[in-house]
Design a protein around this ligand. Structure first.
Ligand SMILES: Cc1cc2nc3c(=O)[nH]c(=O)nc-3n(C[C@H](O)[C@H](O)[C@H](O)COP(=O)(O)OP(=O)(O)OC[C@H]3O[C@@H](n4cnc5c(N)ncnc54)[C@H](O)[C@@H]3O)c2cc1C
Length: 338
């Protein structure tokens, strides 16, 4: 795939928007990646995994490096724990299934999250009460300017809610090549308290769930709730759930007593962005080929041949309405790529 001219990226982003790149290189090893980044033409390349957390704007014209480094293996183990190492190009859900099949516990709640392993630490993926940081061991990453390889331990990554050092201070500085996770071999700690997992297990008539049952329950729930990007262009939750102070929340609750709210600590809490968007009148709303999903107000949707620019315009409209109604600034979870 090296060096082809004006390659369409439509198939490389789950929004399915049209954008082109003059230079596209798919790398299958760390060494190949180190060679490619020596080439000055790739200095400002976009690193792409599964393209499920990006919105490409039309004027995009950067080179692209697609990470396809394969491989999953256990690199260390004790009686209770195993460290699993996966190439950045492994499909995240394939890694989850590999772990479940090998009775390694910790990421079953993260079943069916789209995208590749290498992007998982970037926004510290999370779902159904579990985040990547809960099982994180370390990552190997290559510095884009020097080509040097570096190991990032958990304390180097500044993981937060859909956030890490790779989205902040070190944004676009490192390319992740390997992700290592610390997983349980026995006495798995099952997390069934979040979302509809318990109900789903009941429907499946499971009394004493295994990690395989949890994965199956999560897959069932996700399939029934989330639009499949193969049939409807989207990138999952477009916005983060805003974190607000308890004082702000108190004021809002006086005006909106039914507002859902989750306490984080004595000072902060989270308000579901989907609720704010719904209250602002955007749940299921549409403008041409663009809109917020009928069942999931947080999901921005490309209903047809929408452009990246029109999706972004619509998202900004939603943000402005929420700001006007609630005084809350929504932040995007999806990376807006120029
Ligand atoms: C239907 C749907 C549901 C989703 N549900 C969830 C969910 O429940 N929880 C959740 O957390 N996310 C969710 N997402 C978002 C998305 O799946 C995750 O953010 C995923 O980790 C993105 O992986 P990707 O390979 O597609 O990344 P991409 O979209 O290709 O890239 C995302 C960002 O990471 C950078 N990047 C990618 N790979 C590397 C690398 N190897 N090194 C350095 N930088 C890199 C890119 O440059 C870009 O800035 C959902 C998305 C969809 C479409």
């Amino acid at each position: 795939m090296e060096g082809k001219k004006m390659i369409s990226l439509k198939e490389f982003n789950t929004f399915g928007v049209q954008a082109t790149t003059p230079l596209f290189n798919e790398v299958k090893t760390s060494l190949a990646l180190q060679e490619v980044i020596k080439n000055k033409n790739y200095d400002n390349a976009l690193i792409i995994g599964g393209g499920s957390n990006i919105l490409l704007l039309e004027e995009f014209s950067r080179p692209v490096i697609k990470i396809s480094i394969p491989g999953i293996r256990i690199i260390n183990e004790s009686d209770n724990m195993a460290v699993v190492s996966a190439g950045a190009g492994v499909v995240w859900h394939d890694l989850v299934m590999w772990c479940v099949t090998n009775n390694l516990g910790g990421i079953e709640n993260l079943s069916l999250i789209p995208g590749l392993v290498g992007a998982a630490p970037i926004q510290n993926i999370g779902a159904y009460g579990v985040e990547l940081s809960d099982v994180f061991f370390n990552v190997v990453a290559i510095h884009r300017k020097t080509g040097h390889s570096r190991i990032f331990e958990a304390e180097d990554c500044a993981f937060g809610y859909r956030d890490s050092v790779f989205k902040q201070e070190l944004k676009d500085e490192y390319i992740i090549t390997t992700v290592r996770l610390s997983l349980t071999k026995k006495n798995h700690v099952l997390n069934t308290s979040y979302g509809n997992i318990k109900e789903s297990l009941d429907e499946m008539k499971v009394k004493n769930p295994t990690i395989d049952d949890i994965a199956k329950a999560v897959i069932r729930i996700r399939r029934s709730k989330l639009p499949d990007p193969k049939s409807l262009g989207n990138a999952g939750s477009f916005f983060k759930n805003p974190i607000v102070t308890q004082t702000e929340t108190k004021h809002l609750l006086e005006q909106y007593p039914n507002m859902p709210y989750y306490s984080i600590d004595d000072t902060f809490g989270k308000i579901p962005a989907g609720w704010l968007i719904e209250q602002a009148g955007f749940k299921g709303a549409k403008n041409g080929n663009v809109g917020m999903h009928t069942n999931q107000a947080l999901v921005l949707v490309n209903y047809g041949n929408a452009t990246g620019a029109s999706l972004w315009e619509y998202a900004k409209k939603v943000m402005a309405s929420v700001k006007e109604k609630f005084g809350i600034e929504l932040e995007t979870e999806v990376n807006i790529i120029l």
